[in-house]
Write a protein that binds this ligand. Structure first.
Ligand code: NCD
Length: 319
């Protein structure tokens, strides 16, 4: 049975629940329509409300949670399409009280402060909180969809797979969640970034640190590129965008250093010509970037279904 009451971080989730979500996402991928029926039978989903509260901008995550909730038959409302009054100095506690009055069953929260989702999860009753990204802390559903994408399009097991995470690791909640998930799953992780964009990390046995991208990419099976998060930088962490591209941009030329069947990922939004060359981003052979978006809806359906039903939909699958 699914245990988690909320999805706040990969670090607190437990491998049983992680595998549960990944397995359910595979069922949905094969039989999306049965999931909708299962949801209705289990949780009378039409009467449940999902609130999306995104205090920071988002395209993929917000729309994919919206689509996921709607596909499962929930009433989905977007509480802050323009970040509205929630960013006008309202405290998180007031936000919690406002939300509670609307009685949601699911709250998807994106917030600039690390720990915001955890805080709200303690204040709300009868509501599962999903962290859609909190400051530079975590973005658990992104890591889960990234792994589901690797399972489907690269290899159904990441043990021993060489996975490089490149770019602005210090400011990236996506990287933090992915590092936690992939190292627990036994991948060989290479973290590649200039010194100024590399966070301090514990000494993990299967995580290597590189400042030279050409060395870090050698023989990589999967490359996860990260956006340069200029909005989170208070100082000049890099000399110039052009220089950054020269040393850390993923170009077709550089891709040759990796394994010949390498797959390239990016959570979006991409800065073409800053961290990735267009020819790489659009490569039909190497890029999984649009597959990540597609898998995102399925993984988020799996998350919402698991939180509301605590069951596997397997019993509803046609045998
Ligand atoms: C990321 C985010 O917002 O954390 N994007 C996403 O959710 N798909 C990464 C980013 O903003 O660069």
């Amino acid at each position: 049975m699914f245990q988690s009451q909320h999805i706040l971080s990969i670090a607190t989730m437990g491998m049983g629940d992680i595998d549960f979500i990944l397995r359910e996402a595979q069922y949905i991928d094969k039989q999306p329509n049965y999931y909708h029926d299962a949801m209705h039978r289990e949780v009378n989903s039409g009467k449940k409300t999902q609130i999306n509260l995104f205090i920071e901008n988002s395209t993929r995550t917000a729309r994919s949670f919206e689509l996921a909730g709607k596909k499962l038959g929930l009433d989905v409302i977007d509480l802050a399409p323009n970040a509205s009054s929630f960013s006008k100095g309202e405290t998180l506690l007031d936000t919690a009280l406002t939300l509670q009055a609307m009685n949601p069953s699911i709250l998807v929260l994106r917030h600039p402060e690390s720990g915001a989702a955890h805080f709200l999860s303690q204040k709300l009753h009868d509501c599962a909180v999903i962290n859609g990204g909190d400051g530079t802390h975590e973005h658990p559903s992104q890591a889960l969809l990234d792994l589901a994408t690797i399972y489907k399009f690269k290899n159904p097991d990441v043990r021993g797979l060489n996975i490089a995470i490149c770019g602005d690791i210090a400011h990236s909640r996506v990287a933090r969640s992915n590092i936690e998930l992939l190292r627990q799953k036994g991948a060989n992780l290479r973290l590649i970034a200039p010194k100024t964009l590399m966070p301090r990390l514990p000494n993990y046995p299967n995580v290597q640190i590189f400042t030279d991208m050409n060395k870090g990419l050698a023989g990589a099976d999967v490359i996860m590129m990260l956006r340069l998060q200029l909005e989170r930088m208070s100082n000049n962490f890099i000399p110039s965008l052009a220089e950054y591209y020269q040393y850390y941009g993923l170009t077709q030329q550089r891709l040759k250093i990796a394994d010949s069947e390498v797959k390239v990922m990016h959570p979006g939004p991409m800065n073409r010509g800053v961290e990735i060359e267009s020819a790489v981003a659009d490569s039909l052979e190497n890029s999984l970037i649009l597959q990540q978006v597609e898998m995102g809806v399925k993984v988020r359906m799996a998350i919402i279904y698991a939180l509301l039903s605590r069951k596997s939909m397997f019993e509803y699958m046609p045998k």
